[in-house]
Design a protein around this ligand. Sequence first.
Ligand code: C2O
Length: 547
Amino acid sequence: AVTRQYQFDVQTTSVTRLCSTKSVVTVNGQYPGPTLFAREGDHVEVNVVNHSPYNMSIHWHGIRQLRSGWADGPSYITQCPIQPGASYVYKFTVTGQRGTLWWHAHISWLRATVHGPIVILPPAGVGYPFPAPNEEVPVMFGEWWTNDTEAVISQALQTGGGPNISDAYTINGLPGPLYNCSAQDTFKLKVKPGKTYMLRLINAALNDELFFSIANHTLTVVDVDAVYVKPFTVETLIIAPGQTSNVLLTAKPTYPGASYYMLARPYTTTQGTFDNTTVAGVLEYEDPCPTGGRKSVPIFAPTLPQINDTNAVSNFTAKLRSLASAEYPAAVPQVVDHRFFFTVGLGTHPCAVNGTCQGPNGSRFAASINNISFVLPTTALLQSHFTGKSNGVYASNFPYYPLQPFNYTGTPPNNTNVMNGTKVLVLPYGANVELVMQDTSILGAESHPLHLHGFNFFVVGQGFGNFDAFNDPAKFNLVDPVERNTVGVPAGGWVAIRFYADNPGVWFMHCHLEVHMSWGLKMAWLVQDGSRPDQKLPPPPLDLPKC
Ligand code: C2O
């Protein structure tokens, strides 16, 4: 294991897409940002210097941060933001993970352009549990607005309505040829017949789960969220914001020198408006007779599922299984000592002046977990916890209830019971937790990709309709459930996860659809120190930003 040092200069940069130029925040002037490489076990130090006019913090999405919560990055949760002109060195060790993760800004909507891949290779001398690919390529999906995204979200929060939808999806920052004035900005992957390629897929879009497919080629999924899975082959996969996946592609042209579109477009059950456009990249085979031969080679396009095809999504997720081998065991908690049931969904707040907001029926959109719409404090939760000064910063009474028989999935009345709060849920060190998350279809059933910081969890069960506390647990998979850090709570359904709380600190959990996060679909767990010295959160680094 070695120490790897990176320099991240956060700055404003002009970027042109769709024939329109705007100033965006980037790292080192790159959009998407630089790739961070490490081997499992390496120590990483990233010096983030903020030259931009915005407050900034960077999150290393999916990195366990075992006893290094000070480096996790969500603003007002584990740290105060890095102010303009200031800097902070994030220091962490990559433990027990191999695959692809990513880093992104964790404040307001700045992650729209401040993001990049994290490539984690196995330790030196250790191979993959599948045939090694000839080449590895990050394929990062994003979402582009022609207007300034900070203006888009602040306007939505002021009016109480939905934010303006994006103008394009992107692959590695490029919208591709299906948008106007964009053919020159197309991601191209040049491939050779017979070679295998590992695509390191990352969904960095703000608000949309995506279907992804490559014409006439299959994809073999070998890893999700930096954990190996039992390989399986598909034509289309689904990836939610926050999720990552390594997939193998074998280059086999069906027509010499042909090109094949790779397409991504949203999956959503939302009733309202959303960006239903399609990003295309190109898989390009060398033309066997390049000069004087054919004038044009064919381009093939895949067929993607319907935009609201929930079956396609659940068929895909049902295939995900941990490797659960002797070498890569699945440490699923078999006995649970803390059980929680959370409702996740949308609702509304009344408007200050009745009927003047642009949300449903003149109200203001809100989103919540157990009807608490989380409000960020003005200082950071982790500091307040560490110094014992939580008064006025957060309350430790995050509500949870024994399961009430209630129909969450029909057409219940509009939920106006959402309350604001900054509340955490306290866990003793070493708790074995089971959490059932139930989607509430208050404003139409919608899938919510829930992301937990500081832990991987096992997805032991999922289903449609209302969770049945008497019959569903008997069907849980405690043998080889997929292990990950972001899971879609199905539209009109529920998901059950288990994790072992071995990481002291304050850990954010939220919907990774940025608009839902802005509306309050977030909460925090507080995991207490254990009794042994190696079970305690160390003191903060001296350069930790102050509010
Ligand atoms: Cu990738 Cu808290 O987020």
